[in-house]
Every structure is written in structure tokens, then in C-alpha cells.
Design a binder for this molecule. Structure first.
Ligand SMILES: O=c1ccn([C@H]2C[C@H](O)[C@@H](COP(=O)(O)OP(=O)(O)OP(=O)(O)O)O2)c(=O)[nH]1
Ligand SMILES: [Mg+2]
Length: 170
């Protein structure tokens, strides 16, 4: 296993726990909210995590959702994954949204709300050309290989979801 990358961290809130990995080998270290919040269905909020970091050059950190929160409460991140640039010294914030159609979600102070994944990122130089080199995929995308959702129960073969926009009685 490669040695961990050292990242400087500052507590904006003196009592906040340092982000921690749940298990060895986990990709994300959990972030908490330092503010309690209540989100009605459809509501969103920008929640403070109480920490700011200084990443080494060539790295970025990504704010990812937690699957348990998504599955149990319908909480998603509006901008998932959020990007924390190496030069950002402000407090890391998490933009949560309650996607549950009925239930209000309540976060208590220090509830774990997201996870931070630190990765190396490449910086590229863009070279403008009139024509790009050919490829097997060419311009195919957005479901060109099949297996996409069908609308109103239309079967397209090899599908795995459907959208029912014209439900009975509506
Ligand atoms: O979920 C997030 C996303 C971003 N940030 C912080 C770190 C990041 O470096 C900065 C800017 O983020 P981004 O580039 O996504 O936002 P922008 O709307 O493009 O703002 P800017 O013009 O400041 O780059 O905000 C967070 O704390 N949490
Ligand atoms: Mg930006």
C-alpha cells in the first residue's frame, strides 16, 4: 500500500472531529456538519463542516454523498461531487438537498453528512484542432449502447428502468 498523503487541516470550529476514514482502505473520510439543520422536502442548505485544508499541488478533494443518508433519508448533494481546489483555504461546505417527497430531514451538530475523497488530478494544456482523431465510439453517447430508461413503459430491450410520466388518475 502506498503511504498516505499528508494534508494540513485547520479546525474552524474548535470542537469538530478531524475527518476520519471508517475502515482501512476506505476512499472517503467522513465530514460532519457543525450546524444543526432541518430540511423540508425539496429544500437545500449549504452546511459548514468546521474544517479547511491545504492540499498539495496536483491534488483535489471531492465532496461525495454518503450512500446510507441517500438510501435512508433521500439526502443528496446538489453539486455531487463537490470540488475542493488545492488552493482553497476557506471552510469546506456541503450543499445538501432533501429529495424525499414527504419527510423532513433533521441534521444534528456533528452528524456525518458527506465524505471527502482526495485524489491526484492532472492539469492539461488544450491544443485547438479543426478535426479530432477518429475513435470507435465517435459521437455516440447518452444511451447509444442501449440499456437506457424507457418512457411510459415503452420497452427498448435491454432496459433497466422506466419513467412513468402518465400515471393512472393524474
Ligand atoms: O462542495 C463544495 C464545492 C466547493 N467548495 C469550495 C472549494 C472550492 O475550491 C471552491 C469553489 O468551488 P467551485 O469551483 O465548484 O465553485 P464555483 O462556483 O466555480 O466558484 P469559484 O468561482 O469560486 O471557483 O468552493 C466546497 O467547500 N464544497
Ligand atoms: Mg470554480
Amino acid at each position: 500500500m502506498r503511504p498516505p498523503v499528508d494534508v494540513l487541516i485547520r479546525r474552524v470550529d474548535p470542537d469538530v472531529p478531524i475527518p476520519a476514514y471508517g475502515h482501512p482502505g476506505d476512499a472517503g473520510a467522513d465530514l460532519v456538519t457543525t450546524e444543526a439543520a432541518e430540511l423540508a422536502p425539496g429544500e437545500r442548505a449549504v452546511l459548514p463542516t468546521g474544517v479547511s485544508i491545504a492540499l498539495p499541488d496536483g491534488y483535489a478533494a471531492f465532496v461525495h454523498p454518503r450512500s446510507g443518508l441517500a438510501a435512508r433519508c433521500g439526502v443528496a448533494l446538489v453539486n455531487a461531487p463537490g470540488t475542493v481546489d488545492a488552493g482553497y483555504r476557506g471552510e469546506i461546505k456541503v450543499i445538501v438537498v432533501n429529495l424525499d417527497p414527504r419527510e423532513t430531514v433533521r441534521f444534528e451538530r456533528f452528524d456525518r453528512i458527506a465524505q471527502l475523497v482526495v485524489q491526484q488530478v492532472e492539469k492539461v494544456r488544450f491544443h485547438e484542432v479543426a478535426e479530432l482523431p477518429g475513435s470507435a465510439r465517435a459521437e455516440g453517447g447518452f444511451g447509444s449502447t442501449g440499456g437506457h430508461a424507457a418512457v411510459d413503459g415503452t420497452t427498448g430491450g435491454n432496459r433497466y428502468a422506466s419513467v412513468v410520466s402518465d400515471r393512472e388518475g393524474q
